[in-house]
Design a protein around this ligand. Structure first.
Ligand code: G6Q
Length: 564
């Protein structure tokens, strides 16, 4: 369905985006003031900032929805925060937040609302958009999902031969994969061990073959998860999965018991052979990378059950409410987003490492990579003009302590600055002697080492030989934030994801870009279709590519293995 205003023509929508046409970011007095301030602060080390204010650790920290956000080790002062908040005001961030929550078509190039916040509104709340009551629709899908999950989890839902389902394979890619995988891994502690969940995304046959190699088709359920149900990779994998199933069960009717779909496209789902009664829908106002809390979370709900899934949604909603209502100076996602702007645009730091000190969050960096980079990896404003400054940083990361024994070297002593988000919990889920203290001691120690470093004088004082002093000096002054919650629970995970969603939105609003489209993935898709035909052609095709691509296609055709 289309949200309010979505029926207007594209030009009308684009001019709507321009209505509040903003001055060029770099020309605004707020931007210039920040530049001046950053130049002054460039000479000040974090050591000095801490020395000047014994309360800094407390002053630069806010709390929301179970999360404590310590940003005292960022290279900024109270004046910088004040100027950043003034910038947000001047760029109309509060109005944009309100427009998002109202369901306005803030995704201007696709003429859509971006209403993921509606997915977690509690039952009983109302949100009317284009004459439709969205909360009722959302909860009706949640109820169908819950009923289905209960049947599968209790063993009431049987496979074609009467076997209980033991394996669930989610087939999807991008937003229809990264959220579900991340959430499943993150909440594995709360998951039933009766179901074995797997995720297939890559069109590389190895992904599906390895995921199903040891599975019993009679006990396997596939979730084909695709908003459009036209995505090449997902459909190729879904067809191969159906083939695998039918080769074992030998009866077309088995598809109805072993395949369900998550999609907005009932027609294509039916064309694929999945009974629309086994389809769980969502809406075009839910972007792929903002969809893990919609029906796209069916695998999550199967794993953790409807009760925990409701807690996950409650966590999202708690952060939404905070984002919508908290005063700017205490608003966690707003401050988090603005600090990203400060680092990227005023300190020239173009890389963000996400470092969870929690094994269950091992897929969070990959998830955030898509959320941030697909949303804000853009170069023009809503009105199509150059943004004029750098936008999204390069986002990457790994679980904490593993990273310490690998790439942290560069973060501590390399020539490039990397901003870090440390993420950890006070209470562990799997107590093992004192290992959790050890884990979190490492997280705190890394933030401290990055901020304060180790000076040559300190090293000499310790008797380090002069020749080694330069090698063992840590410059420090490397910025990081720490996000700390009591325990990893469905609720804290929901709040954490909502925090990054809103922080991403804040940054997009400052840059005046459309954070909800993704035209950048289109060109490659179109070219891949053409090259696919050329690779498949029986006779050597006439090629009209550049000389490099032509040579690669010819070599591939010569050397590839024969098809089975
Ligand atoms: C996310 C993107 C993209 C999308 C995939 C899968 O925001 O739109 O990653 O999720 O391309 O699309 P389908 O769900 O339509 O298969």
């Amino acid at each position: 369905m289309r949200a309010r205003g979505a029926r207007r023509g594209i030009d009308a929508g684009m001019s709507r985006a321009r209505t509040g046409t903003l001055p060029r970011l770099v020309d605004t007095p707020q931007w210039r003031a920040l530049q001046r301030h950053a130049r002054g602060l460039a000479r000040v080390h974090l050591r000095e900032l801490f020395a000047a204010d014994p309360q800094r650790g407390k002053r630069f920290a806010v709390e929301a929805a179970g999360w404590y956000f310590d940003h005292a080790k960022q290279r900024l002062d109270a004046r910088a925060v004040q100027l950043l908040l003034a910038l947000a005001q001047a760029r109309g961030v509060p109005q944009r937040i309100a427009a998002m929550f109202r369901g306005e078509p803030i995704n201007s190039t696709e003429q859509r609302a971006a209403l993921h916040v509606a997915l977690r509104l509690p039952r009983g709340r109302r949100l009317r958009v284009d004459g439709r009551e969205l909360v009722a629709e959302v909860h009706s899908v949640l109820e169908r999902m819950a009923a289905f999950c209960e049947r599968v989890r209790s063993g009431q839902w049987r496979g074609h031969t009467g076997e209980r389902i033991r394996h669930v394979v989610n087939i999807g890619i991008g937003g229809s994969d990264l959220g579900p995988v991340m959430a499943f891994e993150a909440l594995r502690h709360y998951a039933t061990r009766e179901l074995d969940l797997r995720f297939v995304s890559n069109v590389d046959g190895t992904d599906l073959v390895e995921a199903t190699r040891d599975l019993d088709p009679a006990r396997t359920l596939f979730i084909v998860c695709s908003k459009t149900f036209t995505t090449q990779e997902t459909l190729a994998n879904a067809r191969a999965a159906r083939h695998w199933l039918l080769a074992a069960l030998g009866d077309e009717r088995a598809v109805a018991r072993h395949f369900v779909a998550v999609s907005t496209n009932a027609g294509e789902v039916a064309a694929f052979g999945i009974d629309p009664a086994n389809m769980f829908g969502f809406w075009d106002w839910v972007g792929g990378r903002y969809s893990m809390d919609s029906a796209v979370g069916l695998s999550t709900m199967l794993a953790i059950g409807p009760g925990h899934f409701a807690d996950l949604l409650a966590g999202f909603h708690a952060m939404d409410e905070h984002f919508r209502k908290a005063p700017p100076a205490r608003n966690l996602p707003l401050l988090h987003g603005l600090i990203g702007i400060w680092n990227g645009n005023f300190l020239g730091i173009d890389s963000l490492a996400v470092l969870p000190y929690e094994q269950y969050l091992k897929r969070l960096p990959a998830y955030l990579q898509q959320l941030l980079m697909e949303s804000n990896g853009k170069r023009v404003t809503h009105a199509g003009r150059a943004v004029g400054v750098h936008t999204c940083p390069i986002v990457w990361g790994e679980p904490g302590t593993n990273g310490q024994h690998s790439f942290y070297q560069l973060i501590h002593q390399g020539t490039r600055a990397v901003a870090c988000d440390f993420i950890g919990f006070c209470a562990e889920l799997n107590p093992l002697a004192d290992q959790h203290d050890l884990l979190i001691a490492n997280m705190f120690a890394q933030g401290e080492a990055l901020a304060f470093g180790k000076t040559a004088a300190e090293l000499r004082g310790e008797g380090v030989p002069a020749a080694l002093v330069p090698h063992r000096t840590f410059p420090g002054n490397r910025p990081s934030s720490t996000l700390l919650a009591r325990r990893l629970e469905p609720r804290t995970l929901g709040a954490l994801v909502a925090l990054y969603e809103h922080s991403t939105f804040v940054q997009g609003a400052i840059w005046d870009i459309d954070s909800f489209d993704q035209w950048g993935v289109e060109l490659g898709k179109v070219l891949a279709r053409r090259i696919g035909d050329e690779l498949a052609a029986a006779k050597a095709p006439r090629l009209h590519h550049d000389s490099s691509t032509t040579a690669l296609i010819r070599r591939y055709r010569r050397l590839r293995t024969d098809r089975p």
